[in-house]
Design a protein around this ligand. Structure first.
Ligand SMILES: [Zn+2]
Ligand SMILES: [Zn+2]
Length: 362
C-alpha cells in the first residue's frame, strides 16, 4: 500500500477521514499541534505549516493546563466517576496516563494478553509503577475495574477449559492484588448448550469460591450478559443464583452493562427505563451488590440478544437513558466505564465530556 507522505509545509487534498484526523489534531490537546500549524478549508484541503514558534508552544501548554484545571474544578464534588476501558500497550502503568489524558475519573483495563491462557509473572517493577501512577493521579482502587480474559469460561462443561479458567481466575485476582486493586470484572460463563443453566451456575460459583480461597480480598464482579448463545447472566435472576452460591458474599458484586441489559430485554430506551431497570435489579439482586456500570449504547434492538456496542447516543438505547444514568444518585461513587467503539470525531474523551456536561445541568 502506498504510504501517504505528509508535506512539512504546503497544502494537499486528503480523504475526509484524514481531514477529520487533522481537524481533531487542531481542535484537541493532541501533541501534533506542537509540531504543525494546521488550517483546514473546505473540500478537504489541509494547509500544513511548520512547528509553531516557542512562544506559541508555550501558549498551547498554558491552554492545556488551563483545560485540565477547568475540568478538575468542574468535576470537583461530582460523585460520578466516568471513564473508559484503556489499553495497556507499552506497559500496564500507561493505562493510568491514558485515562487522565482523556479526562476520565475511572478506568478499566485488561490484565494481560487476550490470546493466551499462560501468563508470564507480572513484573514487580511494572506493578509498582502502576500503583505509583494511580496514587499520583488520585485514583481510588474502587474506581478501577480490570476486565477478565475473554478466554475464560468458568461455567464450561469441558473439564480442561473449566480447569484452565479456574486457574486463570486465580492468576488474575492475584494480579489485581499486586496492582493494589480491589475489583475484578468478568463474564460469568456459558453452558455451551450441553449442560443446564443450573449446572452452569453451580460451576461458576464453584470457580469463584475456589478463587476466593486462594487469593486475598479482591471482589469478583459478575457482568450481566446480552443473552447471546448459551451465556449465563442475561437475566438478573441468574446473577442472583450465582451470588447465592458464593460463600463470601462480601467478595462478590455485579457490573451492569447497559448494552447487554438492553439486548437482554431491559428497556432502557423507554421513559424511566433506567429507573425501572435499577428497581428490578434491586428487587432481584440488591443494589448493595452493584459495583460498576459499563456505559454502552447498543447497535442491536431491544431484546436482540446481540452483544454489539455502539457510541453513546448513536444506538438504539439513545441519549436520554445516559442522561438519566449520569444523574442517578444510586450510581454515585462507582466506576461508569465506556466500552464503545469511540469512532473518529467521537473518541472517548468527547464521550466523557458529553456525559459530564449532562450532569452539570442538574
Ligand atoms: Zn465485559
Ligand atoms: Zn461490558
Amino acid at each position: 500500500m502506498k504510504r501517504l507522505q505528509w508535506p512539512t509545509r504546503g497544502a494537499c487534498v486528503v480523504a475526509p477521514r484524514v481531514a477529520a484526523f487533522w481537524k481533531d489534531a487542531r481542535d484537541t490537546r493532541f501533541d501534533l499541534r506542537k509540531l504543525y500549524t494546521v488550517k483546514l478549508s473546505k473540500s478537504n484541503v489541509v494547509h500544513v505549516s511548520m512547528a509553531p514558534r516557542k512562544r506559541k508552544a508555550k501558549q498551547l501548554e498554558a491552554e492545556d493546563s488551563q483545560d485540565e484545571e477547568d475540568r478538575r474544578k468542574r468535576r470537583h464534588g461530582n460523585k460520578k466517576y466516568i471513564g473508559a476501558h484503556v489499553g495497556i500497550q507499552g506497559g500496564i502503568w500507561k493505562a493510568v496516563g491514558s485515562c487522565v489524558e482523556m479526562g476520565g475519573s475511572s478506568f478499566a483495563l485488561f490484565l494481560g494478553s487476550q490470546r493466551s491462557w499462560k501468563r508470564p509473572e507480572l513484573d514487580q517493577t511494572a506493578a509498582a509503577k502502576f500503583r505509583e501512577q494511580c496514587s499520583t493521579h488520585g485514583f481510588d482502587p474502587a474506581h478501577v475495574l480490570p476486565h477478565g480474559s475473554y478466554l475464560m469460561n468458568c461455567g464450561s462443561p469441558k473439564p480442561d477449559v473449566f480447569e484452565k479458567s479456574q486457574a486463570l481466575l486465580v492468576n488474575e485476582l492475584n494480579r489485581c492484588s499486586l496492582l493494589g486493586l480491589s475489583l475484578y470484572n468478568f463474564h460469568p460463563g456459558s453452558s455451551l448448550g450441553s449442560i443446564t443453566t443450573e449446572q452452569c451456575v453451580e460451576k461458576i460459583a464453584g470457580a469463584i469460591n475456589h478463587a476466593h480461597q486462594q487469593t486475598p480480598a479482591v471482589v469478583t464482579v459478575l457482568e450481566n450478559m446480552s443473552g447471546q448463545g448459551s451465556t449465563v447472566g442475561g437475566q438478573f435472576s441468574e446473577l442472583k443464583s450465582i451470588i447465592d452460591k458464593v460463600r463470601d458474599q462480601t467478595r462478590v458484586g455485579v457490573c451492569l452493562d447497559t448494552c447487554h441489559a438492553f439486548a437482554a430485554g431491559y428497556d432502557l430506551a423507554a421513559e424511566g427505563g433506567v429507573n425501572a431497570m435499577l428497581n428490578e435489579f434491586d428487587q432481584q439482586v440488591g443494589l448493595r451488590y452493584l459495583r460498576a456500570i459499563h456505559l454502552n449504547d447498543s447497535k442491536g434492538k431491544l431484546g436482540c440478544n446481540l452483544d454489539r456496542h455502539e457510541d453513546i447516543g448513536k444506538g438504539h438505547i439513545g441519549i436520554s437513558a445516559f442522561r438519566d444514568i449520569v444523574n442517578e444518585p444510586r450510581l454515585d461513587n462507582i466506576p461508569l466505564i465506556l466500552e464503545t467503539p469511540g469512532r473518529p470525531g467521537f473518541e472517548y474523551a468527547k464521550q466523557i465530556e458529553l456525559l459530564y456536561s449532562f450532569c452539570e445541568k442538574q
